[in-house]
Design a protein around this ligand. Structure first.
Ligand SMILES: Cc1cc2nc3c(=O)[nH]c(=O)nc-3n(C[C@H](O)[C@H](O)[C@H](O)COP(=O)(O)OP(=O)(O)OC[C@H]3O[C@@H](n4cnc5c(N)ncnc54)[C@H](O)[C@@H]3O)c2cc1C
Length: 403
């Protein structure tokens, strides 16, 4: 069996281990042993065939990874966010094919913990941590990506229940999920007073928990994308979809607050994944250059490459430092949105830079799927776009400075 073994220097690995507590390293080692048990053929196949591996997702949840950063009250593993980031970094580095779905799954549980009723927590959280339910996040629409206030999916209260109409697009895990956190604009009166300012464009946006088998819900077109393949990414269609009042998450009109609460942490998760991609691309580059050097395919010319390799290592490390600062801020309870934006932007740009440079240096050998660099190159591009494009993150950072 071909292995997905990481190849970076042992010294670097050992130095990194000094930074984390025993408990945090326990989660990292769990992630490593999970990745060790995967064959490289399986990793490549899920990307090539665009197939989601729900069995792997369930197995990861059985190891406590499905609700790692949540308290044990509803089955969470009571780990901290740094530990969750370590798992994400390792999974991205090795291209473990459930990584993105696991990240979104945790992102979806966050608002249930924060805004959910006791009944919602009891219904959705224990099966989510156990891997019996997979969650997906439905915010983006064909005409509402960065501009979430423009969303057109509507929810109308008919005196008894809500009827949702509209469509969501690019939804990670969409075709495989069991429930969805969906943002829709309430038209007319809600079942209780609406929060927010009626003159604002985002007025009425409300979060709902929609189950896969609710009448009027359908899985739409599935996407065959350049990167982030194998995650069941698809459209969701709501055609008079019946949603009980009890499935409203938070208060009517509080949807943006609900969405933003999870996205702030979600961006730290993406930063950790992108740090892993950057490290994975550097690992592959170092592995090939070492071999070429040993085989004397390159000799003096390695000096010409040294500055680039050194620069790439600095890029990876800078992304990691910022990412774990943002994760520590989550663990302190301050969840600094600006820091999360900085970490997400820096780390995804780092992943793009390192994978691009690695491909340039490796030449055609870099295109071999077994090295995972071309896969990382494709995935990193998506990382710069989702959960808020890097351009938008830069604007948020500037706005925080200038306000
Ligand atoms: C792999 C993948 C998985 C995804 N998973 C999910 C998911 O699970 N759930 C979900 O809800 N969504 C998901 N998305 C959607 C993602 O969040 C959106 O793609 C993202 O928010 C950007 O929206 P957009 O693609 O419509 O781009 P647009 O908003 O149309 O932006 C296009 C370009 O214009 C720029 N731009 C936009 N507005 C401004 C502005 N005001 N000023 C300057 N520049 C601007 C952007 O930065 C970008 O470069 C996913 C996307 C991808 C690629």
């Amino acid at each position: 069996m071909l292995k997905t073994e990481p190849v970076s220097t042992d010294t670097l690995e050992n130095n990194l281990r000094d930074r984390y507590s025993e408990n945090q390293l326990r989660w990292l080692d769990k992630a490593k042993s999970f990745a060790d048990r995967l064959s490289l053929e399986d990793v490549i196949a899920s990307d090539r065939d665009n197939q989601f591996r729900k069995d792997l997702f369930e197995a990861a949840c059985q190891e406590g990874l499905g609700a790692l950063p949540f308290p044990d009250t509803y089955g969470g593993s009571a780990g901290d966010y740094i530990s969750f980031c370590l798992v994400n970094e390792e999974f991205a580095r090795r291209c473990v094919p459930i990584m993105s779905s696991l990240g979104v799954h945790v992102l979806c549980q966050e608002p249930v913990y924060r805004f959910g009723t006791e009944a919602q927590k009891a219904r959705y959280l224990p099966p989510s941590s156990a891997g019996k339910f997979l969650a997906a996040f439905g915010l983006t629409e064909p005409d509402a990506g960065s501009d979430t206030a423009a969303l057109k999916t509507t929810a109308r209260f008919d005196g008894e229940k809500y009827l949702l109409n509209g469509a969501k697009t690019w939804i990670t895990s969409g075709a495989s999920a069991d429930y969805y956190i969906v943002m829709a604009k309430v038209l007319g009166d809600a079942h209780k007073p609406m929060a927010g300012d009626p003159t604002k464009r985002d007025h009425g946006i409300t979060a709902f928990i929609v189950e896969r088998d609710f009448a009027g819900f359908q899985i739409g077109q599935k996407f065959d994308m350049l990167g982030m393949r194998g995650y069941s990414t698809c459209e969701l269609v709501f055609d008079d979809c019946i949603v009980p009042v009890e499935n409203m998450l938070g208060e009517p009109g509080e949807g943006r607050k609900v969405a933003l609460s999870s996205l702030a942490k979600g961006r730290v998760t993406i930063a950790a994944q992108a740090t892993g991609w950057a490290q994975g691309a550097l690992d592959a580059l170092v592995k090939v250059l070492r071999r070429r050097y040993q085989e004397q395919v390159i000799d003096e010319s390695i000096n010409g490459l040294a500055a680039t390799v050194g620069d790439l290592a600095i890029t990876v490390e800078a992304a990691r430092v910022l990412t774990y600062q943002a994760a520590a801020s989550v663990d302190r309870g301050s969840a600094d949105v600006t820091l999360a934006a900085m970490a997400k932007t820096t780390a995804t740009d780092a992943a793009m830079k390192v994978s691009t440079e690695a491909l340039s240096i490796l030449g055609v050998e870099g295109l071999e799927p077994e090295l995972l660099v071309e896969r990382i190159f494709r995935d990193a591009k998506a990382g710069q776009i989702y959960e808020g494009t890097n351009q938008i993150q830069r604007m948020l950072i500037a706005r925080a400075l200038l306000k």
